[in-house]
Write a new protein. Structure first.
Length: 69
């Protein structure tokens, strides 16, 4: 019973923390100043995100190739 209560407490705590974090993040991103900054620099932001995705995909591909050996 103690493990069930502990696990439930951990799940509820994580859910509350995640909910508060996402609400705060959405508020910050949609606020006027940050939204204007994102809108002004969206091309650079898209390029940075694209490079991150390319690096992640290369890393994932290498990981798959290594695990097939």
């Amino acid at each position: 019973d103690n493990n069930l209560i502990l696990n439930a407490t951990l799940v509820v705590t994580a859910g509350i923390v995640d909910t508060v974090w996402y609400i705060l993040l959405v508020y910050l991103v949609t606020s006027g100043m940050v939204f204007g900054l994102i809108k002004k620099n969206y091309r650079m932001i898209e390029k940075i995100i694209g490079v991150i995705f390319i690096i992640l995909s290369i890393g994932l591909g290498i990981n798959i190739l290594v695990s097939l050996r």
